[in-house]
Ligand binder design. Structure first.
Ligand code: F6R
Length: 240
């Protein structure tokens, strides 16, 4: 992967937002791969002023993941987060932005449906990724197959702890998620993985320089011909 070390998250946001604006101008039907969590927020923030005046009416988006069994109207469902942080502020067409369906009803075919939708859209042009402290990308927890497609996974205790900050208590963090697989993510034409802070340093080093291993799902990016890793000094601190 190409490693870009930036002074802080705001610089990373500006860098990635500039690239997104560039590709949307070149192709108004760009398909964006959207991440949730804290990491991509500076990108969405930096996009607001930059995307104003750019035709985004035909831009499509696919979120990486969703909690299973959460009410889509819950403020911390990834459907709500994507609506609040991405669709509304950037003026995207909500009908063109998909989030995996985490409803229990129909969950058996939700993964295949999502794969089909991505394929019909022509695949993801630029996939934004964060990384979990346990090395996950999407919610592909350690042990995920590099060939995996969108499916239901169990969140690790570590991930539920990490995400407890978004919920009243850790007991309110869902146990399961539906996530694009590592195989799904690897099909995107450009991967942009962002990470900030000391807490991500080990995961970043494992993903970028460690052996290819299902124990560090982020290491799958080493298989991708066009992956860019944008990190601050702290997140880069364990790179050789
Ligand atoms: C979010 C996602 C996760 C997060 C990761 C890091 O859609 O797929 O892989 O990117 O858990 O989360 P933050 O950015 O909150 O540290």
């Amino acid at each position: 992967a190409e490693i870009v070390i930036v002074p802080d998250a705001a610089d990373a946001g500006a860098l990635v937002a500039d690239e997104i604006v560039r590709i949307v101008r070149a192709n108004p039907e760009t398909v964006l791969g959207l991440a949730t969590g804290s990491t991509p927020l500076p990108v969405y923030e930096a996009l607001r002023p930059r995307i104003a005046g750019v035709d985004v009416s035909r831009v499509r988006g696919f979120a990486l993941d969703e909690y299973v069994g959460i009410d889509p109207a819950h403020p911390e469902s990834y459907r709500s987060v994507i609506t609040r942080e991405v669709v509304e502020p950037l003026g995207l067409d909500p009908a063109r932005i998909r989030v995996p369906n985490g409803s229990l009803e129909g969950i058996e075919h939700a993964g295949a449906d999502y794969e089909a939708a991505i394929e019909t859209a022509g695949g993801v042009d630029l996939q934004i990724l964060g990384i979990g402290t346990d090395g996950h990308i999407g919610f592909n927890e350690p042990g995920s197959s590099f060939a995996s497609l969108t499916r239901v996974k169990t969140l690790t205790a570590q991930t539920r702890e990490d995400n407890a900050r978004f919920f009243p208590s850790i007991d309110d963090v869902p146990m399961h998620c539906i996530t694009q697989g590592l195989g799904t993510i690897l099909r995107a034409r450009h991967l942009v993985l962002l990470a900030f802070g000391e807490g991500k340093a080990a995961a970043v080093a494992g993903a970028v320089e460690g052996p290819l291993s299902a124990s560090v799902p982020g290491s799958a990016i080493q298989l991708h011909p066009h992956a860019t890793v944008v990190v601050d000094e702290a997140a880069a601190s364990r790179l050789a």
